[in-house]
Design a protein around this ligand. Structure first.
Ligand SMILES: [Zn+2]
Length: 557
C-alpha cells in the first residue's frame, strides 16, 4: 500500500516533466508522457481488423473500445509502451495516469452522492458497491422474499478461498420442476465494476417488481433466473480495494499452485493471472489468447484449469440454462459467437442475429459476431453455445473507461438514459428481452409426459469436445485436446410434467448440427432406475415421452 501511494506521487511529477508534444493528436488526448510504472490509456492506430488481431497477439491489454481506425489499450508501465513501439504501432496517450485519474473521478462521485437524492435505480444507489456490499445485498434479497429468492453457492471456492455466491429467483423458487433458466453473470474480468452493478440491480428490480409489474411477474412464473454478480471474486476485491485497480485476471500467480492474498496483492504479481474469458474448453488454445502468464489474455495451463471457470461450467451443466449473459465493459457491444473469423456463422445465425439485434436496440449497442471486434478463444459464450445450444451473449457496456462516474457507467446504462445514446430501455430492457428468450419455447425444446408422482426424473447427455489445435509458446501448433462433457438436470415428478430443455441436437463449429439424444431416466427416489428413454429434439420441437414401463414397475413395489 505504502509503495503504491508513493509511486502515484512520483507519477504526477514525471508526467508534468515529460510533456511530449508529438504524442498528442486526437481530441481530448493529453500531450503527457506516462511515468515508467503507471497504468495509462492509449489509443493505438489500427486501420484494419488484421491490425487489431496483430495487436492482440503482442499480448497488449487491448480494450473492447474500438473506433474507426483505432482501439484503446491499457499500457501497464513504460515497458508496455516500448513493446507497442517495437511492434511498429503508433499511439496517442489519452489518460497518462489512470489510477490517479479514476480515483479523482470516484472521489468526486462519493462527495456528490452524499448530497444527492436516491438515484432512479432499483436500489437507489449513486456509488459503486464494495465487495462486501454484494454479499450483504444478496443475503438481503433472500431474507426479504424467501418464497422468491434462494441463495446459490457455487461449487468451487476461489483461489484465495472466497465463496462465490449468487441468487436464484423464480415464483415458488424451491419447487422441483422443469422450468428453464436464464443465467446472468458479471465480472469475469476483475476491473469491470459496472458489470457487477447492473446484474445486481436487475436482481433487485425483479424482486421488487414481482406481483407489481405483469411482465416481470409472468417471467418469474415461466422461467428461473440465476444472478451471480461477481464471478472473479479475488480479482474484483483486489481491483475494488485499489490494490491493483486495473487488474483484469484472477489470482493464479503460478500454474498449478494456489495463492495467498499477499501474493496476489504483491506489485510484482500485478500482471500475472489467468484471463477467465480465455479458459473455457471450446476452442481453447487457439488464436486470440496468450501462452504467456504475464499477458492480459493468458489462457491458463489447461482448459477449465481455473475454479472460477469450473463454477460457471458446473452451474450450466447441472441445469437447463436456455440463455446466458456474461456482462463485460466497455465498448457498447452485444457479442455472439463465433469468436474467430475462420469459424463459419453458427447454424442458428438468423435467429441468433435477430435476438442480438433486439438486445442492441434496447441498449443502443452494436450487435455483432464477436470475431468482428477481434479473434478470441476459450470464452464463456462460445463454450455455452457450442456445448448446450443456449443462446449466449456477452455485453460490452457503454462508457469510455472501466471506472467512470456512477451516473454514466451504471445509472445511464441500466436505464438507457442520459449518456446511453440510442438506447431504448437500456440494459434493463435488454435483460428482460433475454429473459423472455430463455422462457420462449420456440428457442429451446420441450419434453412432456406423465410419470409416477414422486419419481425422480433426469435428463442427461454426455459427449466429447475438443480444444483448438493448441498453439505453443514457440509458435508451433500441437494436437486438439479432448475433454468430456456431461449435462444433467433433474426434477421430482408430480404426475404430468413439462420439461423445458435445450435441444438435444448440438451445434458444431462448422455450421451444422450433431445428431445427439437426451437420455431420460425415470427412477425411484432411492435412485433405482425403472425406465430409460432416448429422445431426440430439435430447437422449437416438443416431444412426448412414454413412461408406461416406469409406471408399471413403480406400482410393483
Ligand atoms: Zn471483460
Amino acid at each position: 500500500m505504502r509503495s503504491r501511494v508513493r509511486r502515484v506521487g512520483v507519477a504526477f511529477g514525471l508526467a508534468a516533466l515529460l510533456t511530449v508534444g508529438g504524442l498528442s493528436g486526437v481530441p481530448g488526448a493529453t500531450a503527457q508522457q506516462p511515468a515508467p510504472d503507471v497504468v495509462s490509456l492509449v489509443r493505438v492506430d489500427t486501420p484494419t481488423t488484421a491490425d487489431v488481431n496483430r495487436l492482440v497477439a503482442t499480448g497488449a491489454d487491448v480494450s473492447e473500445h474500438r473506433q474507426p481506425g483505432s482501439i484503446e489499450v491499457f499500457a501497464h508501465g513504460a515497458d508496455d509502451l516500448r513493446r507497442l513501439r517495437e511492434a511498429g504501432f503508433t499511439y496517442q496517450v489519452v489518460i497518462p495516469d489512470l489510477v490517479a485519474h479514476t480515483q479523482r473521478v470516484l472521489a468526486e462521485d462519493e462527495a456528490r452522492a452524499r448530497t444527492m437524492a436516491p438515484s432512479p435505480l432499483p436500489s437507489g444507489r449513486n456509488t459503486y458497491r464494495t465487495y462486501a456490499d454484494y454479499g450483504t445485498e444478496l443475503a438481503g434479497l433472500v431474507a426479504e422474499r424467501p418464497d422468491l429468492v434462494r441463495p446459490i453457492t457455487l461449487p468451487h471456492k476461489s483461489l484465495l478461498g472466497k465463496t462465490v455466491s449468487g441468487v436464484e429467483i423464480a415464483h415458488d423458487v424451491a419447487a422441483s420442476d422443469g422450468r428453464p433458466v436464464f443465467l446472468l453473470v458479471g465480472t469475469h474480468h476483475a476491473r469491470e465494476w459496472p458489470t457487477a452493478e447492473v446484474t445486481m440491480e436487475f436482481a433487485i428490480d425483479l424482486v421488487r417488481n414481482e406481483g407489481v409489474d405483469p411482465r416481470i411477474t409472468g417471467l418469474l412464473r415461466q422461467a428461473r433466473i440465476i444472478v451471480v454478480p461477481v464471478i472473479n471474486v479475488d480479482g474484483y476485491d483486489i481491483s475494488r480495494s485499489y490494490i491493483h485497480e486495473y487488474k483484469r485476471k484472477n489470482c493464479r500467480v503460478r500454474d498449478g499452485a494456489g495463492a495467498t492474498p499477499a501474493q496476489c496483492a504483491d506489485p510484482d504479481n500485478a500482471q500475472v493471472g489467468v484471463d477467465l474469458n480465455r479458459n473455457y474448453g471450446v476452442n481453447w488454445g487457439g488464436v486470440g489468447a496468450s501462452t504467456n502468464p504475464n499477458s492480459q489474455t493468458y489462457r491458463g495451463a489447461a482448459p477449465f484449469s481455473e475454479p472460477e471457470v469450473r463454477n460457471v461450467v458446473e452451474l450450466v451443466s447441472s441445469r437447463q440454462v436456455t440463455s446466458l449473459q456474461s456482462v463485460h465493459n466497455y465498448g457498447s457491444l452485444v457479442l455472439r459467437p463465433p469468436q474467430q473469423s475462420t469459424t463459419p456463422p453458427t447454424v442458428d445465425e438468423p435467429v441468433y442475429a435477430a435476438i442480438g439485434e433486439a438486445l442492441g436496440k434496447a441498449t443502443g449497442y452494436r450487435s455483432i459476431p464477436s470475431y468482428q471486434l477481434y479473434d478470441t478463444s476459450g470464452s464463456t459464450s462460445e463454450w455455452a453455445y457450442f456445448t448446450t445450444g443456449a443462446f449466449s451473449f456477452e455485453f460490452e457496456l457503454g462508457g469510455n473507461n472501466f471506472h467512470i462516474p456512477y451516473q454514466q457507467g451504471v445509472i445511464d446504462q441500466y436505464l438507457g438514459i442520459g449518456s446511453a445514446e440510442n438506447a431504448d430501455g437500456g440494459v434493463r430492457e435488454a435483460l428482460l428481452v433475454q429473459y423472455e428468450v430463455a422462457a420462449n419455447r420456440e428457442h429451446h425444446a420441450v419434453l412432456t409426459g406423465t410419470a409416477p408422482k414422486g419419481a425422480r426424473l433426469t435428463v442427461e447427455k454426455s459427449f466429447t469436445q475438443y480444444t483448438a489445435p493448441v498453439l505453443r509458446p514457440d509458435g508451433t501448433t500441437g494436437p486438439r485436446l479432448p475433454f468430456p462433457n456431461v449435462l444433467t438436470s433433474s426434477m421430482t415428478a408430480s404426475g404430468a410434467f413439462t420439461w423445458d430443455v435445450n435441444p438435444s441436437l448440438r451445434p458444431d463449429r462448422t455450421g451444422h448440427l450433431i445428431a445427439e439424444s437426451w437420455t431420460l431416466r425415470c427412477a425411484r427416489p432411492n435412485g433405482k432406475v425403472l425406465q430409460e428413454v432416448r429422445v431426440m429434439v430439435a430447437r422449437g420441437e416438443r416431444a412426448t415421452v412414454d413412461l408406461s414401463e416406469c409406471h408399471r414397475k413403480w406400482r410393483r413395489r
